[in-house]
Design a protein around this ligand. Sequence first.
Ligand code: CA
Ligand code: CA
Length: 451
Amino acid sequence: MARMRWRAAGSVAGALVSLGGTAMGQPCSASWSGAIGSPGLGDGYAGPMYNRVEGGVAVLYVGGSYTRIGGLATRGVARWNPATGVWSAVGGGCYSTFSNSFSAAITGYDFGAGPELVVGGGFSTAGGELDTINLARWDGSSWSGMPGGQPDGAVWAMQEWNGRLYVGGGFTTIGGIAASGIASYSAAEGWRPLGAGMGAGFSPAVFALKVFDDGTGEKLYAGGRFDSIGGVSGFIARWTGSAWQQIGMGVRGAVTFSGIEAIGVHEGKLYAGGWDLRPNGTGGTSSVVMWSGSTWSRAGQYLGGRTTSLLSWDDGSGARLYAGGTAQPNTAQLARLEGTVWVTVDGGMTEPALPPATFPSVFGLFVLGDDLVVGGSFTQAGATPASGLVIRAACVRCAADFNGDGVVDFADFLAFLNLYDAQDPRADLNGDGVVDFADYLEFLNLYDAGC
Ligand SMILES: [Ca+2]
Ligand SMILES: [Ca+2]
C-alpha cells in the first residue's frame, strides 16, 4: 500500500513543484491592531469585557470608568461592533452624577425573559433608571434593577454557575439580605448569602470568581482582599454549592493592601494574581500563584505593582498565560508566562507622552474570536498608538505551511509526505480518520491556494 501511495505521490509532487513559486507566506507572528483604541477612551480606563452574538456578529461590550469612548459621550459601558468598528451607547451607560463611577464586571444571565446583559460596578444608576445602583440588567432596549433587589456596595465580579448568578464585591447586604461580599441569585430563591461570606480587612471585597475543577469536582473559587472567606483564613476559598472549602494552605498577603484581584485557568491549573501574595501563607512575595491541586506555588518572577487580569490565550504559537497589571514597569503592564519567566508582550502598555509618575495600566483581558483584547489606561501598545484599548491579533497559521516555518515551499510538501507515508494522523487533512489519497488532494489544494 505504501508503495502505491509513493507512486501517486510522485505525480502529485510534480504538480506541486510547478506551483511552488506562487505559494510564499509571511512569518507567523501576532501583532498589535490599534483600530479599537483610535480614538478609544477619552478618559478613565477600560476593564471588564463580554461578548455575545447579536444579528450574526459577535459584538463586544466594554466597561470601565470612562465618560467618552470611540468619540461617543457615554459612561461605564458601551458596545463595539468588530465587523464595522462602530461604537454604540448602551442606554446611556452606568454612572454616578455626584462621584467617580465605574463598571467592573459584565456577564449574561437569563432572568426568565431571555438572555440579558448584566453589569456590576460602583455606580448610582444605569441609564438614569431608579433602583439600578451597582448592579443592573439591559434587555437590549432598557435598563432595570435586579428582581431580588440591589447590593449596598460595589460589585467586582460575576459568574453564572448551575443556573445561579454569583456576584462578588464590597457589599454587606443585597436585596436587603445580609451577605458579606458574595451572594447568588436564582428566580426560584432570589438572593442567597454564601455562608458567612468574607471577613474583615482593608476595604474588603471579593474581586474574582471562577468555576474550576482541580480533579475534586467543579467548584466556585472566590478570591479577594479580606482576612477570611466562608470561615477559611486567607484570600481564597471555594464554594461547593452548599459549603466552603479550604484550598490547600491558602494564599495570604505580604502587605496591608495585599489581595487577590484576578483568577485564571491555564492548561488545567488555577492561577491567582494580585498585590504581593504569599503562596501557602509563607512562600516568597509573588504577583501570581498557582494551585497544582495539592499545593500553592509562585508562578514566574515577582512583578511588583498589582496583577489585575489573568487569561489563557493562544497567539498562534501555542497557549500561554497572560497577565495584565498596573505599576509593573519591568514587564510594561502586560506579560506572558514562558516556562517560569514572565516576558513582556511586544513592548507592552505605555504612556510615553505622560509624566513618569502616571501609571499605565491593564485592567482587563478578553479573548474575542482568535484575538486578545487588552483594556486599561494607556496610550500606546508597543509602538502602536491606542487609547485604553488594543487588540493583539493572533497569527492565523496557514494550513499549507505544514512545517510551521512561516513560508509555504517544497519543504512543506516533504514534511507532509513523511507524515503521509508513516500514516501519521497529522496527515489526515480532511479529518475523516483515514490517511489516504483524498488527503493528498486536500494538501494540493491548500498548497495551490497559498496563504
Ligand atoms: Ca513551511
Ligand atoms: Ca483523510
